[in-house]
Design a protein around this ligand. Structure first.
Ligand code: KG4
Ligand code: ZN
Length: 335
């Protein structure tokens, strides 16, 4: 089955053609990152207007790259929620219009489901063994999902406040590193010391004296960490510097140390919780998905701590970590 996947939930206009949930014929991503650099974050109205401009050319390119016409598409998949409403509407309306005009059925996909299926892209589906513990880490969501089979998922942890990606974006902004924050923080962190600042880790619970864990342990919280970083920056800024504008010029070493220590705090929590959950639920595989799964340090820590215990996977291509139409098409294929 050939599916046209449409993703417009935030600031990427992306369309892909995917066969049988894993064979990617094409995947076109029009990123709006440059557009949102000025504001250091996404303004929904601005994002939606850009989707309007980009959506038709992106669809045309995806079909061209895949060497298929709309008549050879069996189904259209589109992200329904969650996301920025004005952005989502552009994808949904386009999908429904094409459906009416060409008599192609539409499947509406939950965005997190899309990220979960990013690990199916370009892999033989029969290789993946259930149960799988999936860590989806993005700007808007941060979940631990136990996947017992297709359509058989259990949410076992979620963020109580900010998602990890959002924390990356906010800290990058405070450090004057630009948008999107994740890649910028990672780059700055390479020259910094991970132990320069002992930023707080929100474990949210201690192991009980019975040796087990209480139910809240797999939830996440990154707002306290964000505040701690802000405090350190505030203490080190020059008196006339406005924190809202970032602290460009304060010193590359300071920025690198804060970036590295912040990244370490986030990845420490994410990797430990993922592995604890994997052990507790006795899964066969662990999967990383979402924009933050592109993070090198996160992959490194999960790999080290896993020590070969579980089959570890992350999206085969970097472009499948962040928002893309291929994952949406894949999620619509599997029952
Ligand atoms: O999945 P995604 O494209 O969009 C949402 O669904 O939110 O994720 C975007 C998020 C942004 O917050 C971005 O800063 C983060 O993923 N990100 C990273 C990296 N690349 C993107 N965070 C850490 N390290 C990276 N290399
Ligand atoms: Zn996403």
């Amino acid at each position: 089955m050939r599916i046209l996947g449409i993703e417009t939930s935030c600031d990427e206009t992306s369309v892909a053609v995917v066969e049988d949930g894993f064979r990617v014929f094409s995947c076109v991503i029009h990123s709006q990152a440059k557009l949102h650099e000025k504001t250091g974050g996404v303004v929904p109205e601005v994002a939606a207007r850009e989707h309007v401009i980009a959506i038709i050319p992106v669809i045309q390119k995806a079909l061209l790259d895949a060497s298929v016409s709309l008549d050879q598409i069996d189904r259209i998949a589109v992200t329904k929620e969650p996301g920025l409403l004005p952005s989502l509407l552009i994808g949904l309306q386009t999908a429904k219009t094409l459906s009416l005009a060409k008599n192609i059925p539409v499947t509406e996909v939950h965005h997190t489901m899309g990220h979960i299926y990013s690990n199916w892209l370009e892999r033989d589906p029969s290789e993946i063994q259930f149960p799988v513990m999936v860590l989806t880490v993005s700007g808007g969501h941060n979940d631990l999902i136990l996947m017992k089979g297709h359509g058989d998922m259990e949410l076992i942890g979620t963020t109580l406040d900010d998602a990890a990606g959002e924390a990356f974006d906010k800290v990058a902004r405070l450090l004057g590193l630009g948008y999107p924050g994740g890649p910028a923080i990672s780059e700055a962190a390479e020259k910094g010391r991970r132990d320069a600042y002992n930023f707080p880790r929100a474990w949210l619970s201690e192991p009980s004296y019975h040796g087990g864990w209480d139910g809240k342990v797999f939830n996440f919280s990154f707002s306290g960490l964000k505040t701690a970083v802000r405090k350190v920056i505030d203490e080190n800024r020059l008196p006339d510097q406005n924190l809202c504008m970032g602290i460009k010029g304060i010193g590359d070493k300071f920025v690198a140390d804060v970036a590295a220590s912040f990244e370490e705090a986030v990845c420490d929590v994410l990797s430990k919780k993922l592995l604890s959950a994997a052990e507790m639920y006795r899964v066969k595989e662990i999967h990383l998905a979402g924009g933050v799964s592109a993070n090198k340090r996160l992959r490194e820590l999960v790999f080290e701590r896993n020590n070969g215990g579980f089959v570890m996977r992350y999206p085969i291509q970097f472009q499948y970590c962040t928002d893309n139409g291929a994952m949406v098409a894949s999620a619509a294929y599997f029952p």
